[in-house]
Design a protein around this ligand. Structure first.
Ligand code: ADP
Length: 706
């Protein structure tokens, strides 16, 4: 607040009063512009002399413009008689006594513009050199009659200039040379006048004017404090016109601190200066055009202007409100850069959000799967065309609440049992926060049935609450139809194809028996080849059927606890041949827990691994069967000392129809290990292989403890 008051006091009327040095006047505020009517040299000495002397004493810069009957040297002499030696004042640049011609005129005519500039320069200079302000006294005597109107214009200009500055001005007029009109003119452009009457000096001042001035000063003081506090710029500009009345420039009458900060000037120094002189860049600008229009037509204008935004200046935006105030205009400027930047940022964000929304909408529409978005109550918020096709909901139906909607469609599981709303993936995601993936449902529409795989996931907010659910629906009806065809095919293969094979095998066996007796070796070998071929074909058909059943989910396991030691002994006894029992080395601890397995399927697993171990190793080499408990499971290993498996083949060994590169044996179609893996996994276990070329292979699988 101190700083503010200080800065206000430089121009404000609440500044400390100045001692005028004139007894009838007393103290004066800065900005006072008054005059004296004189007739004699003594009159001038009475008023000008004590006035200048008081200024010197108060540390002000004093400018005394003199004329006959008190020329400069006489004035200096008189002043020295009062204040002593003038030398120190002159050397310090505190005092200047000039002749009238030096100051006002070029060839006797006052050059208002030039004098105005001289004032401003002197004031700035005085302030810079630390003087309290500027005190001026000037005599207009000797000015030709014809120039008086020019002087009147000058007086008016001076009055505007002084207002609001730390300046005092005293103008002395030679009364015998003034007409009544002149006196009226002079009185109107000065705060008060001093007049010598009845042997003393009197102040001519209208009491009403005095009261109004006091009120004005008070309201002006309030106005200034408000303006200095305001974050918005406030400038009063006075239009300058040429002889044709066209505006050629504006003069600063007032500028507040915020405006000075905005345009980088000193608030007081610009007062009295021309706008285009200070800011030549404004020429031809929309701002200037608006100022001119408001000054000429009085219609207020609001405009936004933008500066900078280049390599040198950061971008700034201002909102200018221009209104007319008498013959002046007021420009209110508001720095809206932050507001503009936020607006720009918002625009950018909005464009981005719109773009993303459009992309999302395009994805939503174009996606091949059905997509449904539900709100937290399970109502449908959005669904794409595929979802509409699969659900069969028309526009009205889709907006129904969940229970009503569910009643419109019948849903069932793959085994035909009905689906309740609470069990659907959407409901589970919504109420239990579950993420459900690929649950198969059968949807019964009036005219057809769809098999669909449904996935659903909750949409969670940052605070963990569920906002809704996104569900995808994949039409798996074609897949289901394919599976049905596959079932038919498996049925056909296992029955229709196996029947003639069984009969062929029977006949081949009879032939073999008969031909043994007939001793026809060639015919007997042929019968043997036929029988072996039929057996191999049977194995292949079994494998194909097994794969189809396992992949189609038709194979059900009948699990029970299986004690491995007894189970293996029985299996070897029942399968010798093809198993070569003498090559097998069993390693099972006594306390081995039973496993939980389907005995028939386990036989298939072990026979596949043991026959492979036999097939792919030298005849006499041993084959190890080891079982070890491992947590909740038992690990079973089948190890051979055969040729091993090439590292390139290892990653593909358990895939469908894969046979090692260069494999020539004709008795397999690459389904054995694939089936083994499917069966192990159906039991909840897993299988892996370790192998080294030339050393042998170990197949290891796990089964849960029974
Ligand atoms: P196949 O029924 O043709 O034998 P598998 O799926 O049982 O098919 O085996 C796939 C391939 O893995 C075989 O072609 C064979 O090359 C290789 N293989 C399987 N077991 C062994 C093993 N113990 N030693 C070496 N190679 C093996």
């Amino acid at each position: 607040m101190d700083t503010l008051l200080h800065s206000v006091s430089l121009t404000g009327v609440d500044a400390p009063l100045r001692e005028s040095g004139i007894a009838v006047v007393g103290n004066l505020p800065w900005g006072s512009h008054f005059c004296q009517f004189y007739a004699t040299r003594q009159d001038l000495l009475d008023i000008q002399l004590p006035y200048i002397a008081a200024g010197l004493a108060a540390g002000e810069y004093c400018l005394w413009v003199t004329a006959e009957p008190l020329p400069a040297d006489a004035a200096a002499e008189a002043l020295a008689a009062v204040v002593g030696d003038l030398g120190p004042y002159l050397r310090a640049g505190q005092l200047e006594i000039l002749d009238q011609a030096q100051w006002y005129t070029t060839g006797g005519i006052p050059d208002v513009e030039r004098v105005r500039r001289k004032w401003l320069d002197r004031l700035a200079d005085a302030r810079q050199r630390g003087f309290a302000g500027l005190r001026f006294a000037g005599n207009t005597c000797g000015v030709a009659e014809s120039n008086r109107s020019a002087f009147s214009a000058y007086g008016e200009a001076l009055d505007h200039l002084i207002a609001g500055q730390s300046m005092l001005a005293l103008c002395s007029f030679y009364l015998p040379g003034c007409s009544t009109v002149d006196v009226m003119d002079i009185l109107s452009t000065h705060s008060f006048a001093l007049h010598h009457r009845d042997g003393g000096w009197q102040v001519i001042e209208h009491t009403e004017q005095k009261r109004q001035e006091a009120a004005l000063r008070e309201s002006e003081a309030r106005f200034r404090v408000a303006q200095e506090l305001s974050p918005d710029g406030f400038v009063i500009l006075r239009p300058e016109r040429d002889v044709l009345g066209r505006i050629v420039d504006f003069t600063f009458v007032y500028q507040n601190a915020a405006s000075a900060r905005m345009n980088g000037t000193d608030a007081e120094v610009v007062v009295g200066r021309r706008l285009l002189e200070l800011f030549p860049g404004l020429r031809g600008s929309p701002n200037l055009e608006a100022y001119q229009q408001v000054a000429d037509h009085g219609e207020p204008r609001v405009l936004e202007v933008h500066y900078g935004g280049d390599a040198i200046q950061t971008p700034t935006w201002f909102r200018l409100a221009v209104v007319s105030m008498g013959k002046d205009i007021v420009v209110l400027s508001q720095d809206i850069t932050a507001h503009k930047q936020t607006e720009e940022e918002l625009k950018r964000l909005l464009a981005r959000v719109k773009r993303q929304a459009a992309e999302l909408e395009a994805n939503f529409t174009a996606i091949a799967d059905g997509l449904i978005v539900y709100d937290a109550e399970g109502n449908i918020v959005k669904m794409n065309a595929e979802a509409r096709r699969l659900s069969g909901y028309d526009h009205d139906e889709s907006w129904q609440p969940p229970p009503t909607r569910m009643r419109l469609r019948q849903m069932s599981r793959t085994d035909g049992s009905p689906f309740q709303w609470e069990e659907t993936p959407t409901y589970r995601a919504l109420l239990r926060g579950e993420t459900v993936i690929g649950e198969t449902m059968v949807l019964h529409l009036p005219d057809r049935t769809y098999w669909i795989a449904v996935s659903a996931a909750p949409i969670r907010l940052e605070d963990g609450t569920t906002r809704g659910v996104v569900a995808t629906l994949t039409d798996i009806t074609p897949l289901h139809e394919l599976q049905e065809q596959m079932k038919d095919f498996v049925h056909m293969v296992s029955h229709d194809l196996r029947m003639p094979m069984t009969s062929m095998k029977g006949h081949a066996d009879i032939l073999q028996e008969r031909l043994t007796q007939a001793e026809d070796r060639q015919a007997r070998r042929s019968a043997e080849v036929i029988a072996r071929g039929i057996t191999r074909m049977n194995v292949m058909i079994d494998d194909l059927v097994e794969v189809a059943r396992l992949e189609g989910g038709q194979r059900r396991l009948h699990r029970q606890p299986v004690a491995l030691a007894a189970y293996l002994a029985d299996l070897l006894a029942r399968n010798a041949p093809p198993l070569e029992a003498h090559r097998l080395h069993l390693d099972l601890p006594d306390d081995l827990p039973p496993v939980c397995a389907d005995p028939d399927r386990l036989e298939r697993i072990l026979l596949n691994l043991l026959t492979n171990a036999q097939k792919y190793s030298a005849p006499a080499t041993p084959i190890g069967v080891q079982a070890r408990p491992c947590g909740d499971a038992v690990t079973i290993r089948v190890t051979d000392e055969g040729r091993g498996i090439h590292p390139d083949d290892l990653p593909h060994l358990f895939t469908r129809f894969y046979r090692a590169k260069g494999e020539r044996r004709a008795d397999g179609i690459g389904l054995g290990l694939y089936i083994t893996k499917l069966l192990v996994e159906a039991h909840g276990g897993h299988i892996r292989v370790d192998s080294a070329m030339g050393t042998g292979s170990t197949f290891e699988f796990t089964l849960p403890v029974g």
